[in-house]
Design a protein around this ligand. Structure first.
Ligand code: FAD
Ligand code: SF4
Length: 497
């Protein structure tokens, strides 16, 4: 049987970063990835192929009883192969949640086991590794920011985004140029950026920024198409993984194992392997943000429908509004996925010309609303496959609804000639991309699956290094925090070896 120092399961934000970091420190590492490379990045340009058919999740998922195939990133690099690459640092208030949620949730469930400062150095390493481009002197209200300048300069704002920035400024807000891991020298400015494979290799993924360079350096083996079925254990040790490759079952042994299959598949693997779970925690507290979207439809063609446009963010409302002091999250401009997706999501049948028209005339502004960890929100392994039950906490819905109305009011002032409609995007089942929280990290095994360093409470040589360990969902996208935490867990594993 093949044997490695470390076997990492999953090549996404957490797994790809951690596998490469361990190999860089001299360990013999294999990354087992269920999916393959996209055969041809141009195939990833087709909305039909990408979003509607492949839907980029390895298998159908039952979400509240309905079969869905959410866009999760089933390719080498995981979700970082498709994501928006907006790599923002969290806010100190994401770590200090009692004043906001103390009334609604037990304090053990809204606590991080270490202070945000412990992550600072790793956040900077993660930004440098993924070549995040940004402006040093940007004011990002409520968010933590780096001490040193970004190593890469932000892509210049498209003219319509400069205009939008001015309009937000005129409203007395502090919009900023979003820190984003896109190489502006190589980017060909496509309109369909997040959700599609990058044709120019301009957008940073765990594959092109962490795995690929380390494959050249040595010590790392990437095994695409290797889908882990279960972990075998004896006493407090994982002994091997069982996987399927091209229809054949194989086993691989290692001294240590890192589970990084994402917050949906990691608990699934633990459950199907019957790993001890004495407090019935694995898969619980699933979070993915309540997304609130304001669609602004105008007679004029929106230039963002023909070029890269996810460039502007607002964090002014991160902790609410002056007369609505509730924790919310980041606002950013996001692309509309495409005419076919518009038609497929429309509550009424749309003729193709109308969905094409809407695509070219609609601008979307989205707010992330941090969602609370709730025990009954759960990923479960069942005989029919992967099953998710999820209901937002009433307090999430209350904040989301209010945030939507206020976002709409703001956009009416900013774009008075457009027609505005608000949707709570996350109520659509396919929006599961910011998946976190199903194998929480913490000191107390009664409330957490892994310890503060990412080590499983019941198994000494098993670490988890993906979004599942995040105890709360943050008011920004989770990718940078996941990458930074993976680097932190890699340091710990290396020290222990
Ligand atoms: C369209 C889209 C846009 C996004 N935009 C942003 C953004 O702008 N900013 C941000 O912060 N976040 C964004 N996100 C979210 C971000 O990409 C994820 O939070 C992050 O990548 C999650 O990292 P992870 O390591 O937990 O899982 P992933 O990156 O999803 O990696 C998990 C990997 O495990 C593999 N795997 C699963 N099961 C198995 C198995 N049995 N055996 C082997 N391998 C397995 C999967 O194929 C996958 O490659 C976006 C996500 C999507 C899909
Ligand atoms: S807009 Fe740039 S970063 Fe995005 S997919 Fe196109 S080339 Fe890649």
């Amino acid at each position: 049987m093949e044997h490695y120092d470390v076997v990492v399961i999953g090549s996404g934000a957490g797994g790809g970063t951690m596998g490469a970091a361990l190999a860089q420190r001299g360990m013999k590492v294999a990354i087992l990835e269920a999916s393959d490379h996209m055969p041809d990045s141009l195939a990833g340009r087709s909305e039909q192929d990408m979003i509607l058919h492949k839907a980029a999740a390895p298998d159908p998922i039952h979400f509240n009883g309905e079969q869905v195939r959410p866009l999760l990133g089933a390719l080498v690099g995981g979700s970082t192969g498709l994501y928006g690459a907006a790599l923002l640092r969290p806010s100190p208030s994401d770590w200090d949640l009692e004043p906001f949620y103390g009334k609604y949730q037990a304090k053990e469930l809204i606590q991080w086991p270490w202070p945000l400062e412990d992550l600072s150095a790793y956040l900077e390493k993660a930004e440098d590794l993924f070549r995040v481009a940004g402006h040093h002197h940007m004011t990002m209200p409520f968010l933590s920011s780096r001490q040193s300048p970004y190593t890469h300069q932000a892509m210049p704002l498209a003219p319509f985004n400069r205009d939008l920035m001015d309009k937000f400024n005129y409203q007395g807000l502090k919009p900023f140029h979003m820190p984003i891991a896109v190489d502006s020298n190589v980017c060909v400015r496509c309109a369909q950026c997040p959700g599609f494979v990058c044709p120019a290799d301009a957008r940073a993924s765990s594959y092109n920024r962490a795995i690929q360079p380390q494959l050249k350096q040595g010590g790392l083996t990437l095994l695409p198409g290797h889908r882990v079925l279960k972990l075998d254990y004896r006493g407090r040790q994982i002994t091997k993984v069982e996987l399927i490759y091209k229809g054949r079952i194989r086993s691989i042994a290692a001294d240590a194992f890192v589970l990084a299959a994402g917050a949906i598949y990691t608990p699934y693997i633990l459950q199907s392997s019957q790993i001890p779970d004495p407090h019935d925690l694995v898969g619980r507290y699933y979070m993915f943000h309540l997304g609130v979207v304001c669609l602004s439809i105008s007679r004029e063609v929106y230039p963002g429908s023909s070029t890269f446009h996810k460039q502007i963010a607002l964090s002014d409302f991160y902790q609410g509004f002056t007369d609505f002091k509730h924790k919310l999250g980041l606002v950013q401009n996001i692309p509309i996925t495409g005419p076919r997706t518009i038609a497929s999501k429309s509550p009424v049948p749309l003729p193709p010309f109308l969905s094409r028209w809407l695509y070219r005339h609609t601008m979307a502004t989205a707010m992330v609303v941090e969602d609370l960890p709730v025990a009954s929100n759960r990923v479960r392994w069942t005989k029919r496959g992967l099953d998710i039950s999820h209901r937002f906490h009433p307090y999430d819905l209350y904040r989301g609804h209010e945030a939507g109305q206020r976002l709409k009011k703001l956009m009416k002032r900013v774009l008075p000639k457009s027609w505005h409609v608000v949707r709570m995007g996350a109520l659509e089942n396919a929006h599961l991309a910011h998946q976190v929280g199903t194998c929480r990290m913490g000191r107390d095994p009664r409330y957490s699956v892994v310890d503060p360093m990412g080590r499983h409470h019941q198994l000494d040589n098993l670490f988890i290094a993906d979004g599942s360990v995040l105890p709360t969902s943050l008011g920004v996208g989770p990718a940078l925090t996941i990458i930074a935490n993976a680097l932190r867990t890699a340091d710990q594993l290396r020290k222990d070896a």
